[in-house]
Each structure stands twice: as C-alpha cells, then as structure tokens.
Design a protein around this ligand. Structure first.
Ligand code: NAD
Length: 286
C-alpha cells in the first residue's frame, strides 16, 4: 500500500517515521521544508504539493492543526483533491470540528468518489513516537477494516466509534474531560498550598480515592514542580474547547464547565502564555 502523509509536525513526523519503519512506501508533504530531512533520511519521498502526494499514493493521511488547515490542504490549488482518483481514501487524523469532517467526507464522496475517515488521536508526542496513541475513528466499517493494519502500526488501539464525525466527537469528549480535570486538580493544589498544606502530601493522600485520575497521575509532578513547558500547548486546548463549544451550540447541548475551562485558557493567552502548558491557576503555585 502506498501511503501519503501531509503534516510533519510534533505528531505527524513520528507517526510517519513509524510507517516507514513498518515498511510502508511513504510520500510526504509539509509547508515547512525544515521538517523533511529526518523522514527523507529514513526513506520517505518528498512531494512538491498535496496534489502530487495524492497522485502517487493509495491513501492520504493528514495530520494538521485545525479545520481550516485541513480544508485548504484538501481543496486549495494544488491540494490533495486535485490529485485524487475514484477509489482512493483520505484519513484525517487531525483534531478538528466534527461538522467540518462531515462536510469534507461529503464533498470527497460526491465530487471525487473518495472514501474518508476522521481518525483523531490521543496520547501526545510520546505516544506518537512509541506507537501507543489511541485512535478514535469515524466512518464506514468497510473502510476502517481496510486500514486496521495501518492504524495498528500508528497506535496501541484503534476504535471505530460511529460514522464520519464520530471520531472527532469522541476526541472533543476526551479534551473536555482532560481540560476540566486539569483545572480541578490545579485549583485544589492551589488551595492546599495557600492553606500551608503541602500539595504533594495532598496528592499522595487522595490519589487512591474517588478524586484520583489519569490526569492527576500524569500531571501532578509537573504541576507541583511549577513546570509549564508543553506537552500540549494552551493554544491547542483553546482550539479543541472552541470546537467543543461550537459543536455543542450547533446541536443545542449546554456545556458550562467547558466554557469555564475555555475562559481560563483565554486568560492564559491574554497573559501571553499560549505557547506554554496547562492553566493559569498553576501560576499561583509558584
Ligand atoms: P504541529 O503544529 O506541530 O504540526 C502541524 C504541521 O502541519 C506543521 O508542520 C505545518 O507546517 C503543517 N501544515 C499546516 N498546514 C498545512 C498544509 N495546508 N499543508 C501542508 N502542511 C501543513 O501540530 P501537532 O502538534 O503535530 O498537532 C497536529 C494535530 O494533532 C492537531 O489537530 C492537534 O490538536 C492534534 N494532537 C496533538 C497532540 C500533541 O500533543 N501535540 C496530541 C494529540 C492530538
């Protein structure tokens, strides 16, 4: 199977490297020329545009920041769509709006007879490097089955959760739970600190009870050390929470705690901290 890969950023580059290691013939494209060297050294072919990638491959994977980036990668001049032929597949692994995923799938099917899966991931850069990311897929069973082996190279688990868009709905659910949970853990540690109770002792006392969580386990060390380096940048939280709020409003679901977490992220951005990680409440830990 000839695979195209577009978007060689924090996540895309290690994912592309894993496909190469597994023996897939890979053709890649990114706006940023600087990112090619490593994947080219590992055997990837560099294409001059999304169109060229699509012309030379059976399936095109995209790993881009947000819906407008995917839209332009697909449909702008020299974009992927210009090089597609009927029977090919596009798999978008970016975390984007589920509404946009459905629009892309419809247009690709109607105008190009091309299948589409939305397949966002969770697990971050370490998971992308060691191939353990969780992949949540929306689309048809027939298409999912065709690419199950490829998903197994990229991640530790791939789950078909429903039709096109369901992958990104699942990812939004994931991001809502993570962001609100990080805020709750941070706020509680801040309270303990200001009350002169060692937050680390609080962590050890409560981690085995109902308040314990994967967020508490994975983030406490950084929170307690006042380490704000990403990880997952505040600006990406903002993108995901905006997509969650927009989707909720579109289908008339009220998500007040997501809105609150979003405002905390916005205040971090207002302080110029959008390239850093986690929430403003942590600043009070210092
Ligand atoms: P990134 O900004 O590091 O990489 C994006 C890459 O896409 C860049 O190299 C950029 O040059 C390229 N690009 C943008 N538009 C393009 C276009 N039209 N054509 C070709 N290349 C284009 O982003 P990332 O951290 O790798 O995240 C990618 C997606 O994965 C996002 O949706 C993000 O929310 C999601 N995600 C990220 C993480 C994480 O920890 N970073 C974890 C899970 C999911």
């Amino acid at each position: 199977m000839k695979v195209g890969f577009i978007g060689l950023g924090i996540m895309g580059k290690p994912m592309a490297m894993n496909l190469l290691k597994a023996g897939y013939e890979l053709t890649v494209f990114d706006f940023n020329q600087a990112v090619f060297a490593e994947v080219a050294a590992a055997g990837a072919k560099e294409a001059a545009s999304g169109q060229k990638v699509a012309e030379q491959t059976d399936v095109v994977i995209t790993m881009l920041p947000n819906s407008p980036n995917v839209s332009s990668a697909l449909f702008a001049d020299n974009g992927i769509a210009a090089g597609l032929t009927a029977g090919q597949t596009v798999i978008d692994m970016s975390s984007i709006s589920p509404v946009a995923s459905k629009q892309f799938a419809q247009r690709l099917q109607d105008d190009y007879q091309v299948d589409f899966l939305d397949a966002p991931v969770s697990g971050g850069e370490p998971g992308a490097i060691d191939g353990s990311i969780a992949i949540m897929v929306g689309g048809q069973q027939r298409v999912f089955d065709k690419f199950k082996e490829l998903f197994d190279v990229l991640g530790g688990s791939a789950t078909l959760v429903g039709g096109v868009g369901a992958g990104n709905i699942t990812k939004l659910a994931n991001q809502m739970i993570v962001a609100i949970n990080i805020a709750a853990v941070s706020e509680a540690y801040s309270l303990a600190k200001k009350a002169n109770v060692d937050p680390e002792s609080v962590y050890h006392a409560i981690r085995g009870g109902l308040a314990g969580s994967a967020v508490m386990e994975q983030k406490s060390a950084k929170i307690l050390a006042g380490d704000f380096e990403p990880g997952f940048r505040v600006e990406l939280h903002i993108k995901d929470l905006q997509n969650a709020l927009d989707t909720g409003h579109e289908i008339t679901v009220s998500t007040p705690f997501t809105a609150l977490a979003m405002e905390v992220m916005q205040s971090l951005k207002a302080y110029g901290l959008e390239k850093k990680t986690i929430v403003r409440l942590l600043i009070t830990m210092k």
